[in-house]
Write a protein that binds this ligand. Structure first.
Ligand SMILES: Nc1ncnc2c1ncn2[C@@H]1O[C@H](COP(=O)(O)OP(=O)(O)O)[C@@H](O)[C@H]1O
Ligand SMILES: [Mg+2]
Length: 266
């Protein structure tokens, strides 16, 4: 676990970033700096590019141009080193596939297992590096899924599945957690469990970057709020960013920004 940020190195630094799907621009002139060891809520309208921004950070959407650094280093190396754990917005998993909750969480360790020495990777699983099993048990415990860990994941409720996907991200023990709407459409007990697990992570020094529509939760838990609608509309303290005037500006988005601030055409 990382210690609280004291060295001024940001979790994420993005400069002049543009991204598109084919001819369709989706992110324009994004520049931002997210501090380490803090909780950032990303808020914006549907289709505003929030998930696309996370896709750029995890490397599944290539930017047209711009610079992205993770913990002060080039992004590719940092991803390969396991610095970013990611929980996608919609799990495109085949839930009927007969994989247990515990094994699903173990997939969060697969990237790190590649760093184990070859002899260790060839051993039967119960002789594998005990750190992987420990991280999985701890992550299951963090979202209160230990008791259900032998169940097939397809047998769980929507909220329980989200808790398992969060456990999968936690098992990676990455210094940065990227979460795309982890609370969308879940039952109140699961929401409370997820928020409690995230608060513990935040206290332990993990950087949390979370896309959310839960403005009350963002006001209560986030250290800062990033407003995104194709470009950065604002970044600052929750009480400042979530004022009605800022939310109105967010709804209008990039198209009506003052000429001086408007992104240049790509
Ligand atoms: N894989 C994709 N291919 C083409 N267009 C996409 C794809 N994913 C998202 N988009 C489009 O990009 C825009 C931003 O989407 P997204 O990043 O998902 O926004 P948000 O997460 O803020 O709702 C939307 O217009 C969406 O339709
Ligand atoms: Mg989205």
């Amino acid at each position: 676990m990382v210690s609280p940020a004291t060295d001024g190195i940001p979790a994420l630094e993005i400069k002049g970033l543009y991204a598109a799907y084919g001819q369709e621009p989706v992110l324009e002139n994004i520049s931002l700096w997210l501090p380490r060891g803090q909780w950032t809520a990303i808020v914006g309208p549907n289709g505003g590019g929030k998930s696309s921004l996370l896709s750029v950070v995890v490397g599944s959407l290539s930017p047209l141009r711009g610079e992205l650094r993770i913990l002060g280093q080039p992004s590719l190396a940092q991803r390969q080193a396991g610095c970013i754990a990611y929980m996608a917005q919609q799990e495109r998993m085949e839930w009927d596939f007969p994989i247990s909750v515990r094994d699903t969480v173990m997939t969060g360790r697969f990237g790190l297992m590649r760093q184990d020495p070859l002899w260790r990777r060839l051993l039967p699983r119960h002789w594998a590096n005990p750190e992987h099993r420990l991280a999985v048990e701890e992550a299951l415990e963090a979202v209160d899924m230990t008791e259900l860990s032998a169940r097939p994941i397809g047998a769980l409720s929507g909220g329980q599945k989200k808790r398992v996907m969060l456990a999968r991200a936690l098992a990676q023990r990455a210094p940065i957690l990227l979460l795309d709407e982890p609370l969308a459409g879940i039952d109140p007990p699961s929401e409370a469990l997820i928020m409690a697990a995230l608060q513990r992570q935040r206290r332990a020094g993990t950087t949390i970057i979370m896309v959310t529509h839960d403005l009350a939760g963002a006001r209560r838990h986030a250290d800062q709020v990033l407003l995104i609608n194709r470009t950065v509309v604002g970044m600052g303290a929750p009480e400042e960013m979530l004022k009605d005037s800022m939310l109105a500006r967010l709804a209008v988005g990039a198209t009506r920004m003052p000429a001086g601030e408007a992104p240049v055409a790509a």
